[in-house]
Ligand binder design. Sequence first.
Ligand SMILES: Nc1nc2c(ncn2[C@@H]2O[C@H](COP(=O)(O)OP(=O)(O)O)[C@@H](O)[C@H]2O)c(=O)[nH]1
Ligand SMILES: [Mg+2]
Length: 264
Amino acid sequence: MIKKMSPSENDFDIPAKNCHRMVILGSTKVGKTAIISRFLNERFDDQYTPTIEDFHRKFYSIRGDVYQLDILDTSGNHPFPAMRRLSILTGDVFILVFSLDNRDSFQEVQRLKRQIHETKSCLRNKTKEKVDVPLVICGNKCDRDFYREVQDEEIEKLVGGDEHCAYFEISAKKNTNVDQMFQTLFTMAKLPNEMSPDRHCKVSLQYCDVLHRKSFRNKRCKDGNAYGIVAPFARRPSVHSDLMYIKEKAIGGSQAKEKGCVIC
Ligand SMILES: Nc1nc2c(ncn2[C@@H]2O[C@H](COP(=O)(O)OP(=O)(O)O)[C@@H](O)[C@H]2O)c(=O)[nH]1
Ligand SMILES: [Mg+2]
């Protein structure tokens, strides 16, 4: 028998209801990539490397159920408004980031929140007040509090009274509040909060067979009921796949639930 060393992602056969996409938006240099790097590798890099658009994928096995989380790390410039609209349409949960030391970046988050509600309300045929999109706003770089340009009252005005929106002051650099922010986001989205980086055991793709085991015990994993695997070299789905994904999510119901995730 030939044992496959690196399985095709199709082998995982994850139901569509367990496939979700997290989209991170905000101006350039506010720390979006740094937050995603904390999420995926628990690392921080002081160097700035501009992002064009990065796509990541993570698989989880949580209490016997398998999940797929796609992560879209956006550029912040968005020279093509249609691409930003597509990112919003395909997103299930959102992180909007501004830097506490940069007023313009806060104004961009105000615009983005409005745009997400408008775009999602069109898709779901609801008024923008009624659309429920799980969304966390992050005021990043709180380690640089000395240079603060955004005041609490303005933040309260943006976030207050919206039960689907939470606010966290975080530092990707110092890892302050980052795990709490992810836990809240997943809880708001009715996803297991074990998806947060501090709540599961990290396993390499080599051990992907654990995804279909009920539990996994090894010396490094105290809790064998939740583990996550970052897929190396994940490719961003094509525009066609994105459109199919949007259609499935919009139709919802049994038709979408029976099919597996759109993987390309
Ligand atoms: N002081 C501080 N710097 C940060 C923090 N997060 C990111 N940075 C730095 O800000 C710059 C831009 O970060 P990056 O994640 O690339 O921003 P992006 O363009 O929004 O993806 C980089 O030099 C990071 O090292 C933070 O929490 N505190
Ligand atoms: Mg970036």
